[in-house]
Ligand binder design. Structure first.
Ligand SMILES: Cc1cc2nc3c(=O)[nH]c(=O)nc-3n(C[C@H](O)[C@H](O)[C@H](O)COP(=O)(O)O)c2cc1C
Length: 182
C-alpha cells in the first residue's frame, strides 16, 4: 500500500486516502513488509526427548539490562508447543555459508531438518549449529499473544559470536551482510 501524500500532512483536513484494490491486498502488504531486510536465524529447542528447530527472521534484541531477546512464532506452527512449553530456546544467527539451513529448517519433518547438519549440544541439551555467526542460549521469560503469532521473549544466559559474513533476507531473497574480510 502506498500512502497518499496528503495523509502525511498535519495541516490538511483529515480525509481518508483514496481506497485502492491494493489496500486490501495481502500480497501487497507482505511485499511492503519485505522491504525491511533482516538476518536469518534457526531457533532450536529440546522437548519430549526430541530436537526441534525452525527458521526465523523475527528475532530482535529487546533489553540490555536484563538481556532479553524476542522472536515470534506462528500459532499454527507444528513446533508451537515445543517452543512455548520447553522452557527455553537457542537462537543460531546463520552465517552466509549456512544458507541451505535456512531452507532446510523452514520445511519438512523434524528428522529431515536435522539430517546431515553439523551440530553441537549445549549444556542445556539444546542443539547449536557450529559455523553460526552467533548463538544465544535463552530461558523462556515471557509469552505474549499477538494475533496469529505469539511473541516469545527469552532471557539470554550465554552467547558466543564470530566474525563471519551473516546471512541476510531482503525482498524474499537470501544474500549476505559483511564481506569475507570481516
Ligand atoms: C527466512 C524465513 C524466516 C521465517 N521466519 C519465521 C518467523 O519469524 N516466525 C515463524 O513462525 N515462522 C517463520 N518462518 C517460517 C517457518 O520457518 C516455517 O513456517 C516453519 O518452520 C514450518 O513449520 P511447520 O510447517 O512444521 O509448522 C520463516 C521462514 C523463512 C524461510
Amino acid at each position: 500500500m502506498r500512502l497518499h501524500p496528503d495523509a502525511l500532512s498535519a495541516s490538511t483536513p483529515a480525509v481518508a486516502p483514496p481506497a485502492t484494490a491494493a489496500a486490501n491486498d495481502h500480497a501487497d502488504y507482505r511485499h511492503a513488509l519485505a522491504s525491511f531486510g533482516t538476518g536469518v536465524t534457526v531457533v532450536t529447542t529440546r522437548w519430549q526427548d526430541l530436537d526441534w528447530g525452525m527458521t526465523c527472521n523475527s528475532f530482535s534484541s529487546v533489553s540490555l539490562e536484563p538481556r532479553l531477546v524476542l522472536w515470534s512464532i506462528r500459532r499454527e506452527a507444528s513446533s508451537y508447543e515445543a517452543f512455548t512449553r520447553s522452557g527455553g530456546f537457542t537462537v543460531n544467527v546463520l552465517s552466509h555459508a549456512q544458507q541451505s539451513l535456512a531452507r532446510q529448517f523452514a520445511t519438512g519433518s523434524l528428522e529431515q531438518r536435522f539430517k546431515g547438519v553439523p551440530q553441537e549440544r549445549l549444556a542445556s541439551t539444546r542443539v547449536c549449529l557450529p559455523g553460526a555467526a552467533a548463538w544465544f542460549e535463552c530461558e523462556l521469560h515471557q509469552l505474549v499473544d499477538a494475533g496469529d503469532h505469539t511473541i516469545v521473549i527469552g532471557r539470554v544466559l550465554e552467547y558466543a559470536s564470530q566474525e563471519t559474513p551473516a546471512l541476510s533476507f531482503w525482498r524474499s531473497k537470501f544474500d549476505r551482510f559483511g564481506t569475507d574480510a570481516n
